[in-house]
Design a protein around this ligand. Structure first.
Ligand SMILES: C[S@@+](CC[C@H](N)C(=O)[O-])C[C@H]1O[C@@H](n2cnc3c(N)ncnc32)[C@H](O)[C@@H]1O
Length: 297
C-alpha cells in the first residue's frame, strides 16, 4: 500500500496552500540566547559583527533570527555556549511549562537538550532539572550541550522513561515525546501508519508515567513535532478521561490553531481546543503540538 501524504490534513489546516509552501522551505534559522554565559546586549553586538541579518523576535526576547544561509552552529560563539541553535516553534513548550525558580523538574525525553537548556535558563540555573533520555548516542549530545551552556542545575539520566521508578516527585514535567516528526517534513509523504500506531502506544505510556511522577497540583506539558491527531489530541484525551487531571488554556504570543475536537470518526472532546497546533507557515519553522495539563490535588 502506498504511503499517505500531507493531504490527510487538508480539512483541518486552514491556509493549506501556505502550509504546503512552508513545508518546501527554506525555514528560518534561529538561535536562543544563553544567559548563563553572556549578556543579551553583548551577544547582540557579536551577532551583528558576525552575521549580515540579525533580527530580534518580537514574541521572545531570547530569540534571534539570522539569514537563511547562515550556519551559527559553526561559530566559536556557539562552542563557547553563548547560544543554542533552535527552531522558533521548539522554544514555545518550555515557556508554557514556565517552571519557577528552585523547583524540581523532569524533562522525560530530553536529548539533544534544546528544551532542557532553555528550562535551565528560565530557572536561572536554580533548582534541579532531571534531563532523561533512553538513546545513548543522543545522550552524548545532551551531556555536551548541558556542559557547553553551563547548565549547573541539570542532572542527566539514562532510562526508558516509561519505567522510571518513583512517584509524585516533580513540580513540573516536560514530555517532548518521540513522534513521527511530520512537522519537520520537507516532502509530502508521511511515515507508514504502523509507525504512527506504535508511537501512539509509547506516547500514551509515557504520559501515564508523567502523571504518576508528578506531585499533586504539578504542571505537565505534553508536546510533539507532528501533525497526527493519533499522537496528539488522542493521547491527551486518553489521560483526561482516565486520570485526575485537567487541561489548561494557553496564552501563546505566537500564531497557532486550537487543538482538534475530532478527526475523522474520532471524537476527542471540546476541552482539546485548549491545546495548540503550530504549523510550519505560522513561524516559518517546524510544526508543534502543545498541551498544558494540571494534575489534581
Ligand atoms: C522529540 S525528541 C526530544 C527533543 C528534546 N526534548 C529537545 O528539545 O532537544 C524525543 C526523544 O525521546 C527519546 N525517547 C524515545 N523513547 C523514549 C523513552 N521510552 N524514554 C525516554 N526517552 C525516549 C528519543 O531518544 C529522543 O531523544
Amino acid at each position: 500500500m502506498g504511503r499517505e501524504t500531507l493531504f490527510r490534513y487538508k480539512e483541518i489546516i486552514p491556509d493549506f496552500d501556505a502550509f504546503l509552501q512552508a513545508i518546501k522551505g527554506p525555514r528560518n534559522v534561529t538561535i536562543r540566547w544563553n544567559p548563563h554565559k553572556i549578556t543579551r546586549e553583548r551577544l547582540l553586538e557579536l551577532l551583528n559583527e558576525s552575521f549580515e541579518v540579525v533580527e530580534e523576535i518580537s514574541w521572545y526576547e531570547s530569540a534571534f533570527r539570522l539569514g537563511p544561509n547562515d550556519r551559527p552552529g559553526k561559530s566559536l560563539y556557539h562552542a563557547l555556549g553563548y547560544y543554542y541553535v533552535q527552531e522558533e516553534s521548539a522554544m514555545v513548550a518550555p515557556l508554557v511549562l514556565e517552571p519557577k525558580k528552585n523547583s524540581i523538574v523532569l524533562d522525560m525525553c530530553a536529548a539533544p537538550g534544546g528544551k532542557t537548556t532553555q528550562l535551565s535558563a528560565i530557572m536561572e540555573n536554580s533548582g534541579t532539572i532531571i534531563a532523561n533520555d533512553k538513546a545513548i548516542p543522543r545522550l552524548k549530545s545532551l551531556v555536551s550541550n548541558v556542559s557547553r551552556l553551563g547548565c549547573l542545575n541539570v542532572i542527566v539520566t539514562w532510562n526508558d522513561a516509561r519505567f522510571i521508578e518513583a512517584k509524585e516527585l516533580f513540580d513540573y514535567i516536560l514530555l517532548d515525546a518521540p513522534c513521527t516528526a511530520e512537522g519537520n517534513l520537507t516532502d509530502i509523504k508521511l511515515m507508514p501508519t504502523h509507525m504512527r500506531e506504535s508511537l501512539s502506544r509509547i506516547q500514551k505510556a509515557l504520559l501515564a508515567k508523567a502523571y504518576d511522577l508528578a506531585k499533586p497540583g504539578a504542571t505537565i506539558v505534553y508536546c510533539t513535532c507532528t501533525f497526527a491527531p493519533e499522537e496528539n489530541e488522542q493521547i491527551v484525551a486518553s489521560i483526561l478521561n482516565s486520570k485526575n487531571v485537567r487541561i489548561e488554556s494557553l496564552h501563546l504570543k505566537v500564531p497557532h490553531e486550537p487543538g482538534l475536537e475530532s478527526f475523522g470518526s474520532q471524537c476527542y472532546g471540546s476541552e482539546l481546543k485548549k491545546a495548540a497546533r503550530i504549523y510550519p507557515h505560522h513561524l516559518n519553522s517546524g510544526g508543534a503540538f502543545i498541551a498544558k495539563l494540571r494534575k489534581g490535588s
